[in-house]
Design a protein around this ligand. Structure first.
Ligand code: C6P
Length: 406
């Protein structure tokens, strides 16, 4: 099927919105993507016809909702090629998935003097939970350094691995720089030393096919809302043998096998890690988003976004006084830059008046900004429905910004 972003856009009602009497130009997709009609319809259909608590009721609606929820787990299992459906744990998003591992894995495996290795380009969601775990267990957080082009220093990475390293936790794609990290190689190297690896896939799953068995990662985390699905839902993939060894994180209904005041026994996977009533509607919405991705073709999306990235970089390079932050050879659909010494916030505010939505600031990755000694960046990030015309509108917008501040 041929790929046409102009046709695809028609599936996204919000894209015909006007902002300040101008057509919305939405270039903030790394923060969250917009949702296609199939996802919106799925949410409405669930609440209009299927709403019920799951795994509990003996009635028709409950069994129907339970079946739909467990089928969604299988859809996601196949999408990421997990070995078993019970290796897919539903969470609120990437942040919660990482917090789950940081709490539970650390409780089991992290001791005083141990080390957790992260990288210099992590989102706060893959820094702070590890800092908290290290503090709790008197362990040490170590950091793989970054080079000036926004790639990881792989030689130092290898040197940092040692007998105290208990886990490597690393982003697949940097949200602030767009760098695609060589995660397969990193996993292979860490496994050589018997060290498990967690991958933060929040920025990867919208843009590329992810095969967790091929990567051989031990944990992989992502959010539904960054891949055309609803907010408030995401996934922790974990290898069965590790998840089985790890203690439950939150306690409550669903995650138990039996409860008495003297002893509680825990449910099997995946329920051990899904305490309380789950977010059924949004899980089903995320499943629809995955079907949307498969139907559109992730390879079509990747090719289109690559072309958008090339076009945007070509045009931006012609502008005087642009400083790009992050110029890795392998990069995703993100461009971070500083413009004419104008504060990123001022650039963002003027562009907003012109109907252009993008993100400015530290992008929840303050250590990256500290590394480059900057207050923040202007960040544009693409999705399947963006067009070259929108990049042209952005370029005109930047001319207006320069006229005002330059
Ligand atoms: N980055 C951005 O604008 P949640 O909020 O749990 O869905 O995702 C957190 C997260 C974790 N890792 C990476 C690499 C991310 O990019 C994000 C979210 C958004 O860049 C919002 S701060």
């Amino acid at each position: 099927m041929s790929f046409d972003p102009d046709i695809l856009r028609k599936q996204f009602p919000i894209l015909s919105t006007e902002v300040n009497k101008r057509p919305l130009v939405y270039l903030d997709n790394a923060a969250t993507t917009q949702k296609p009609r199939v996802v919106l319809d799925r949410l409405v259909r669930y609440y209009e016809n299927e709403n019920s608590n799951i795994h509990r009721g003996a009635h028709f609606l409950s069994s129907q909702a339970t079946e739909a929820y467990e089928n969604a787990r299988k859809t996601i299992q196949h999408h990421i090629n997990a070995r078993y459906a019970h290796e897919v744990i539903f969470t609120r998003g990437t942040t919660e998935a990482i917090n789950l591992v940081a709490a539970s894995f650390s409780q089991k495996y992290l001791k005083s003097g141990d080390e957790i290795l992260i990288s210099a380009m992590e989102h706060h969601a893959n820094i702070v939970p590890w800092q908290m775990a290290c503090e709790r267990h008197q362990a040490k957080l170590r950091v793989i350094p970054m080079r000036e082009d926004g790639t990881l220093d792989m030689d130092t990475f290898e040197k940092l691995l040692n007998k105290h390293t208990k886990l490597v936790a690393l982003t697949h794609i940097s949200n602030a720089l767009g760098t695609i990290n060589p995660v397969k190689k990193i996993i292979e190297t860490a496994h050589h030393e018997n060290i498990p690896v967690l991958i933060d896939g929040a920025q990867a799953t919208p843009h590329m096919a992810v095969d967790v068995q091929d990567l051989d990662c031990d944990f992989y985390c992502f959010s539904g809302h960054k891949m055309y699905g609803p907010m408030g839902v995401g996934v922790l993939y974990g290898k069965e043998e590790l998840l089985n060894e790890m203690p439950p994180w939150q306690g409550g209904g669903e995650m138990i096998s039996s409860v008495s005041f003297t002893k509680t026994t825990y449910n099997e996977l995946p329920f051990k890690f899904e305490a309380g009533t789950p977010n059924v509607a949004d899980v089903l919405g995320m499943e629809s988003a995955i079907l949307f991705l498969s139907e559109t073709g992730i390879e079509n999306i990747a090719a289109h976004e690559k072309e958008l990235l090339r076009y945007a970089l070509d045009r931006l390079k012609q502008v005087d006084n642009i400083r790009f932050i992050g110029e890795a050879p392998e990069r995703s659909a993100v461009v971070s830059f500083l413009f004419n010494d104008i504060h990123p916030y001022d650039t963002g505010t003027v562009l907003d008046k012109l109907g252009i939505a993008l993100r400015t600031g530290h992008h929840c990755a303050q250590p990256i900004m500290t590394h480059f000694n900057i207050p923040g960046t202007v960040r544009i990030s693409f999705a399947a429905y963006n067009t070259k015309q929108e990049i042209d509108i952005l370029m005109n917008g930047l001319s207006t910004v320069r006229d005002m501040f330059g």
